[in-house]
Structures are given as structure tokens and as C-alpha cells.
Design a protein around this ligand. Structure first.
Ligand code: PSU
Ligand code: MN
Length: 309
């Protein structure tokens, strides 16, 4: 049911292939959020819902994942469900994506790996929850997400609700600026903070419409400025947990991580799951709402981009 086009390791779903060939809008979706970001069955429902939202917005969804050593650009409903339940999936970034292919493994693709794969297939827009960034205490741990590096080099528009608020958002913005990544807040003057509509930082750039966002990225590419763009789309008001309330929960989760010696790739999944525990599920509800909100905007940006070309 899938065709191989790019290289011997990649399967592009026929529907995605057709849309790309015809210049129709396609939106990529990541899968670490399925394998490591949310518990089952919420992850499964979220993954199906965002695909539906993208279709309703007039674009074709392409969930990207590695299944049994195959790089999948677009997965079936059965594959999606299996991925939501799989135990021991890898969390894949640029460093180990090809390892999973050469070793026949299964894994979720992070923002970095999803951008890389999307670009390989010719997909220009990608919706997620929040990007990885500079972790608290990075000055000693050196824990800075590969997502930032990828945003600096790969020309894909990443629609997020900002950097996850468990991070040092100020340092994350500094690194993005250094790497030449525009951070565009959609429809607000304040940078959102994932579960919360507002951080303590101003929007580096602001645009109010999907058309303006598409035009900005097309302009960058026309003058030869390559690399990704980060869209920060504030979580809908009715779903947010205000920053003042979130702050305490995040501090508690960070304290638990330190106490339990959590490091490296495990940090982000650990913090998300502790925050879910601390908020008794409220954070998960907000996380799902913000991902859906980002999928809605990403579809509109993909449609706007398709209309430019
Ligand atoms: N957004 C969510 N939940 C997640 C993630 C994003 O709402 O779990 C994932 C993304 O795949 C992102 C990763 O790339 O968390 C960041 O991990 P790290 O900090 O280890 O780079
Ligand atoms: Mn990390």
C-alpha cells in the first residue's frame, strides 16, 4: 500500500505522494509525541484527531515515524494505533534516525528528525506541540535539544505552542536567534509558553495570518536564506493553564528529575509525565488542545503556501 520513492529506506504513503506531486498542501506530524509524549490511549486519540483536523483544513496529513526499520512518511490508521501501543520505541533525532533504519528498529521521530524527513519528502509545514530547547541548568549539563540545530538548517515551518515551558525559554530564544531562526508569534505580542498563553518574554516577531507567514517563508527562500521557521501559536484561552499556576508544577517536576538523576533523552518525557501526575491530567488536556490548535494553523499555512506557488 506504500510506494518507495526517495531512497531504499523510505515509504511515502500514496496519498501524500500524490498531493506532493500535484503541489497540494501537506502537513507533517511528528511521532515522539505519540511514543514518548503522552500515555495510551490519549496519544492514539490525539494522533487520529490531528490528522482529521488537517484534512478538514484542506491539507493532507503525513505522520512521520520509523516502523520496523522503514521511514514512513504518512502512516495508516493501523500503523498509528500500533505505534501508540508499542513498548520500547526509540526516540529518534538526527543522530540516530539512520541507526533505526539500519537496525530495523521502531521509533518516534522528534521535531528534529521529523523536520529532516519532511524536507527529504518535500513537505514544507509541520505541526507539533512544543519544540525541545535549552534545558534548565544547560550551562552545566550541556543539554540543548537537536531541534534547535535542525531549525537552523532545514527549511520547514514548525508550528508549535512555543518551547515547552519546562525549558529555559530565554536561553532557547537566544540560541534560535544565533542560528538565524525566526520566531514568529501568531496573533500576539507575547511569546506563549506551551500550556500557558503568555511567557515573560516579548514576541521576537509577530504575524497575524497564515498568508503572511507563508509569504515570509517564501521571501526567505527567494533571497536564499535557508533554514526553518518557528511559529509560536498560543494555546486557546479556554484550555490554558496560566503561567503563574504552571510555574509551581514545573518546579516540582524539575526537583523530582534532579532527585532521581534523570538525564539526556529521558528528561523531556520524564518531566511531561511528572507534570501530568502533578496536575492530575490537566496538563495532558492542555497539551492535546494546543497540538490540535497547531494542526489547524499548520493546515492553513500549507494551503497559503500552495497558493503562492
Ligand atoms: N511536543 C509535545 N510533546 C512532546 C514533544 C513535543 O507536546 O513529547 C517532543 C518532540 O518530539 C520534541 C521532543 O522534539 O519532545 C524534545 O525532546 P528533547 O528535549 O530531548 O530534544
Ligand atoms: Mn536533550
Amino acid at each position: 500500500m506504500t510506494t518507495t520513492a526517495l531512497n531504499p529506506f523510505t515509504d511515502i504513503a500514496p496519498e501524500v505522494q500524490k498531493a506532493l506531486a500535484a503541489g497540494q498542501p501537506v502537513v507533517a506530524l511528528e511521532s515522539t509525541i505519540i511514543t514518548h509524549g503522552m500515555p495510551y490511549p490519549d496519544n492514539s486519540r490525539m494522533a487520529a484527531d490531528v490528522e482529521t483536523i488537517i484534512r478538514d483544513g484542506g491539507a493532507v496529513p503525513a505522520t512521520i515515524a520509523i516502523i520496523d526499520g522503514r521511514l514512513k512518511i504518512g502512516i495508516s490508521a493501523e500503523e498509528r494505533e500500533a505505534l501508540a501501543q508499542v513498548k520500547g520505541a526509540m526516540k529518534l533525532s538526527r543522530a540516530d534516525l539512520a541507526f533505526a533504519l539500519s537496525e530495523g528498529r521502531t521509533g518516534g521521530t522528534t521535531v528534529a528528525a521529523t523536520m529532516l524527513a519532511a524536507h527529504m519528502a518535500g513537505i514544507k509545514v509541520f505541526a507539533t506541540g512544543g519544540i525541545g530547547g535549552v534545558h534548565m541548568g544547560a550551562e552545566t549539563s550541556f543539554d540543548i535539544s537537536a531541534d534547535l540545530e535542525e531549525l537552523g538548517r532545514t527549511p520547514v515551518i514548525v508550528v508549535s505552542a512555543g518551547a515547552k515551558a519546562i525549558l529555559d525559554i530565554e536561553k532557547t530564544l537566544e540560541v534560535l536567534e544565533t542560528k538565524g531562526v525566526p520566531v514568529v508569534v501568531h496573533g500576539a505580542d507575547i511569546l506563549p509558553a506551551f500550556w500557558s498563553r503568555q511567557s515573560h518574554l516579548k514576541a521576537p516577531l509577530r504575524l497575524d495570518t497564515p498568508e503572511a507567514i507563508a509569504k515570509f517563508q517564501a521571501t526567505r527562500s527567494a533571497i536564499g536564506v535557508n533554514g526553518g521557521m518557528l511559529i509560536a501559536n498560543p494555546i486557546p484561552l479556554e484550555s490554558e493553564i496560566p503561567a503563574g499556576i504552571m510555574g509551581g508544577y514545573i518546579r516540582e517536576a524539575l526537583a523530582r528529575a534532579t532527585k532521581n538523576g534523570i538525564t539526556g533523552k529521558a528528561v523531556t518525557p520524564y518531566l511531561l509525565s511528572e507534570i501530568l501526575d502533578i496536575t492530575k491530567g490537566e496538563s495532558l488536556k492542555a497539551n492535546i488542545a494546543l497540538v490540535e490548535n497547531n494542526a489547524r494553523l499548520a493546515a492553513r499555512i500549507a494551503v497559503a503556501l500552495a497558493n503562492i506557488r
